[in-house]
Design a protein around this ligand. Sequence first.
Ligand code: ATP
Ligand code: MG
Length: 362
Amino acid sequence: IRTVSKIHRIACIPGDGIGVDITNAAEQVLQKLSSTVGGFEFDFNTFDWSSSNYLSRGWYMPPDGLDQLKKHDAIYFGAVGWPDVPDHISLWGLILPIRKALNQYVNVRPTRILPGTTSPLSSCAANPSSLDWLIIRENSEGEYSGQGGTSHEHSPHAIATEVSIFTQVGIERIMRFAFEAARLRPRKKLTMVTKSNAQRHGMVLWDKVFYQVAKEYPDIEIDKMLVDAMTVRMVLNPQSLDTIVATNLHADILSDLAAALSGSIGIAPSSNLDPTRGNPSMFEPIHGSAPDIAGKGIANPVGAFWSAAEMVRWLGEEEAADGLMKAVENVTAAGVKTKDLGGEKNTKEVTDAVCAEIEKLF
Ligand code: ATP
Ligand code: MG
């Protein structure tokens, strides 16, 4: 019997540093997944939009870059940023315009303790299920609106403003997404984070819209936290949290903390979603280019594999996504881990182990 495979067109942007290593690893694992599971294939299209090319060419993305990306079903992103280029230039040269232009207004960041790994929190080491969070980050506005300016720039009296923009529409759509996500999880619990005691406009609107939208979800248990107190609660009482919704800046910080508490920043995935599916969504590990370990072949590829699994799920291949995660968990459970997780394997060894596990599972 001949069956026709579904083709998923993937735009790959490896970027800088370990972004390149882990994107190669993810491609290898995804090819193994499609050839083993069957029924679908990936058509990878790689874009060399990196900081070194920025330095020689003067641009990160060509003028028609966004149009090129739109021709794909999903985008897989490694990392961008390099010491030679100020971080705000690289972020605004590539990743932030993509998120904004492709309407990726949700950033989903799950955190769990994987089998065979340990949390720096002693309360979690005994019971891995005590830390199982889903952080929903507002990804299109807020503190990263890019608005503001500097006056008297070259004088000792320089004044800079950084304007956060919060809209009713923007808040409502992220809240709805967060409530729907909470509803799909067993505990049906949503914690909303702001700083509305000190910031009296945007943060107060967040609070207000949260309680408005909550009325449509009486089955979801809700609570509200200030971001400073939230960091304490994440460390001291991790089991009291489940789904978390926060602004662009707050969720960015909280998800780095979450990743560290789950064992390593190297395992944490993220999905930049356009929930309307009008544009391709983008999947990337939350870590950066890690110049200190770039090119050494020792980066942890787990965050890249987990991000790839989320991409595969978004593309509708549920069984393959579950299998990929199972393969990753079997590999960490067997102690095949990179140094950041306390192991001694390199990127290639972990990648080969995950590929072998996929073959066993399917
Ligand atoms: P960027 O400027 O691109 O954000 P960064 O210097 O902030 O890069 P990150 O990648 O965010 O670095 O991570 C901070 C540190 O965590 C790195 O320097 C590295 O030592 C470690 N790290 C991050 N990702 C990984 C990984 N996948 N595997 C192993 N270690 C990692
Ligand atoms: Mg960083």
